[in-house]
Design a protein. Structure first.
Length: 693
């Protein structure tokens, strides 16, 4: 089944995945605030029952409502009598700040403690440390909890949302909140081979927004539900793993952050990235080759021949591309990873010679690999069935696209096996990069395989990040400039895997909109100069939307064939095929030259200047090479276009694509008339900058 057909089949299940409202009835409290705390941007107020209300400056964003609750069987406990409060200055890995400690009780049987920490470096953001203690005489059967649960009050213009969870229908990460909208956003598996994600949810109005997430350096099996409500948009973090809490014992929730902000999801994700870096989890140093433009042989599908790949590679080099990626089809099976002797009759010698030919042709060779997948009937599973990830019933976890099973990333022999594959590909064969591919890479289910001796089944999920770090370290030991790309086919990228990669693609986008929203998201999570590739331009609108790649600071990428269309491919060819025709070559050359001239991915993506939901036309801005580069998108636009973030003074404007002069303007904000179809690219060059303040 093709990837597109698989998506079409799965999209029909979307309705079943909608989030049911949280288990606590949202009843706004009538009591006056008993405690008020603020950093000047974010204000939190608590009443005597430890219900809370959130404000942005003087703007009230939520009602006074039960932000936290504990479920004990069929009983919900969400009212705790405030007993006392303390506080004072603090200093730690996130710098100086101030902490407020609240303590409350529910009938003397359950004690709730909440610590709210404001950080000087992060105005508008608070860290929440929440715990529940059993202060009674009998064990408590905890069946669920929720925290930071609030309804962002409605606005006449509606609301937008960002959700960091993965779904098999590969839905948009950014969506408008409409009546009936709801997603559970579980961070575990939402299908056999789709799961994991970034544990952050964001909802925003035109004037303000609210973000919630957890900042544990280990991924947790929690949910971050978002749901449209009659009075606003609900957001929360919740867990439903049962816990038996003995008398005197304490349940510690994952460390949570809540943030108020303006604009879309970029600012909260950027703050999340910086918080996590301070806690020790961050993207590695990016090597120069990660920014090189890409040609991928996937246009030929699995039935490629070495001759046609080398022929098309020559054309790719000629038009300015630098990477040549050999995709799926070089191997006999997923799992054994033996060379297909029809393509490489001399085995290792032929594969090394192939990589050498790419380098001799002036390009960099990258090889496709699908770690953790193993086909039934492979030698690997015959000889090492102990490597399988098994559920509590002893069943394997499916990888649907390859009809394979998942191996357990927390089992040392699995880690060692794939480290050996890295040594073979980069060391023995001489490839300079890896495309690690598959929807199963983002997350895995809890593992119950008795051969693995896991302390807890969740270790498989929690230690997936260590698997990627081990492979990355192996690659860097061989070649410090190797490019390690993780492509989790349509998943919402799992942030905890970020230390094991230095390149990421749009990962099978279904539209240009997805490419742009993913690009904005990655620039927030990896940094404003992150190497994000637009994936094959053939997957974009009209199959040629390099304007989307270029304008958001993405690395240009294509899978064209040459001189003819392929005969057999997994995915059906779009109308007009994918061969690089003479007309296409002219266009491809122009975009690649423009990309190489300005190298916008290395610039500073200024994600806070434009709101991807509310601003029309959709806008993006990058500061690079002493210029401001703007990109605007709409099916058709005739009206004003606003340039934000200019330095004070005069600027000369040029249409980046046509070279046409657009006049001069004065900063820091300017408005020009715009008329375009699909895109408008504007470069602003300072001609007289005012340095006086």
């Amino acid at each position: 089944m093709s990837r597109r057909r698989l998506l079409a089949r799965l999209s029909g299940t979307a309705a079943a995945l909608f989030f049911a409202p949280p288990f606590v009835a949202r009843v706004a409290a009538k009591g006056a605030p008993a405690v008020r705390m603020s950093d000047g941007t974010l204000t939190l107020e608590f009443d005597s029952g430890l219900h809370s209300r959130i404000s942005h400056g003087n703007m009230v964003l939520t009602a006074m409502e039960p932000g936290e609750a504990l479920r004990l069987g069929d009983r919900v406990v969400d009212h705790f009598l405030l007993l006392d409060q303390t506080g004072g200055p603090i200093s730690g890995v996130h710098g100086p700040g101030r902490a407020h400690h609240l303590r409350g009780t529910a009938g003397g049987a359950v004690e709730k403690r909440v610590s709210v920490t404001f950080l000087d470096r992060y105005p508008g953001l608070a860290l929440l440390d929440i715990s529940y203690g059993n202060t009674g005489d009998a064990p408590l059967s905890v069946t669920g909890w929720q925290a930071a649960t609030h309804d962002l009050l409605s606005h006449p213009d509606g609301a937008w949302s960002f959700s960091g969870a993965s779904y098999p229908d590969r839905r948009d990460w950014v969506q408008r909140v409409v009546p009936g909208f709801g997603q559970r956003n579980f961070m575990g598996m939402n299908a056999a081979d789709y799961g994991g994600g970034t544990p952050v949810a964001v909802v925003w109005r035109r004037d303000a927004g609210l973000a919630v997430g957890h900042i544990d350096t280990v991924p947790r099996l929690v949910s971050l539900p978002v749901a449209g409500q009659p009075t606003g948009t609900r957001i929360a973090i919740a867990g439903d793993q049962p816990v038996m809490l003995a008398p005197g014992a304490t349940l510690e929730l994952p460390p949570v952050f809540v943030m108020v902000h303006q604009g879309d999801h970029f600012r909260p994700l950027d703050a999340y990235r910086r918080l996590m870096a301070e806690r020790g989890l961050k993207a590695p140093v990016i090597p120069e080759p990660s920014y090189a433009p890409v040609w991928c042989a996937w246009g030929y599908g699995r039935d490629f021949s070495i001759a046609e790949v080398l022929t098309a590679m020559g054309k790719a080099k000629e038009i300015g591309l630098e990477w040549a990626v050999l995709d799926d089809g070089w191997q006999t099976s997923e799992g054994d990873w033996k060379l297909n002797r029809k393509k490489f009759p001399r085995g290792d010698a032929d594969m090394k010679a192939f990589a050498d030919q790419i380098k001799a042709g002036g390009m960099r060779p990258r090889l496709w690999l699908a770690p953790l997948a193993a086909d039934p009937g492979t030698d690997l599973l015959r000889d090492h069935p102990d490597m399988l990830l098994l559920d509590k019933n002893g069943a394997a976890q499916n990888v649907s696209f390859w009809d394979a099973f998942t191996l357990c990333p927390a089992y040392p022999p699995v880690v060692d096996y794939f480290r050996g594959q890295i040594r073979r590909i980069l060391g023995d064969w001489g490839f300079e990069g890896l495309k690690l591919d598959g929807q199963h890479l983002n997350g895995v289910a809890p593992c119950y395989n008795p051969a693995h001796n896991h302390a807890r089944p969740e270790e498989s999920y929690e230690k997936l990040q260590e698997f990627w770090k081990a492979l990355y370290h192996e690659a860097m030991t061989i070649n410090p400039n190797a490019v390690i790309e993780i492509c989790p086919c349509g998943d919402s990228f799992a942030f905890h895997n970020i230390a094991g990669m230095n390149h990421t693609p749009a990962s099978d986008p279904t539209s240009s909109w997805q490419i742009r929203l993913k690009g904005k998201t990655f620039k927030a999570m990896m940094g404003p100069s992150a190497p994000f590739a637009g994936d094959h331009v053939e997957l974009s609108d009209r199959h040629n939307d390099f304007a989307t790649h270029y304008g958001i600071g993405a690395i240009v990428s294509t899978k064209f064939t040459w001189p003819h269309d392929p005969v057999n491919t997994v995915d059906p060819l779009p109308p007009g095929g994918i061969a690089l025709t003479p007309d296409r070559e002219v266009l491809w050359r122009k975009w690649i030259a423009l990309y190489r001239a300005n190298m916008l991915p290395k610039g500073e993506y200024l994600g806070g200047l434009y709101d991807i939901g509310f601003d029309k036309p959709e806008g993006h801005a990058i500061r690079a090479g002493g210029q401001m580069h703007y990109a605007f998108y709409a099916d058709s636009w005739a009206g004003p276009v606003t340039l934000r973030g200019l330095a004070s003074g005069r600027h000369r404007l040029t249409d980046s694509f046509t070279g046409r002069s657009l006049g001069t303007v004065s900063g820091p904000v300017a408005t020009i008339p715009g008329r375009f179809e699909h895109f408008l690219l504007v470069a602003a060059t300072p001609i007289q900058v005012n340095t006086a303040t």
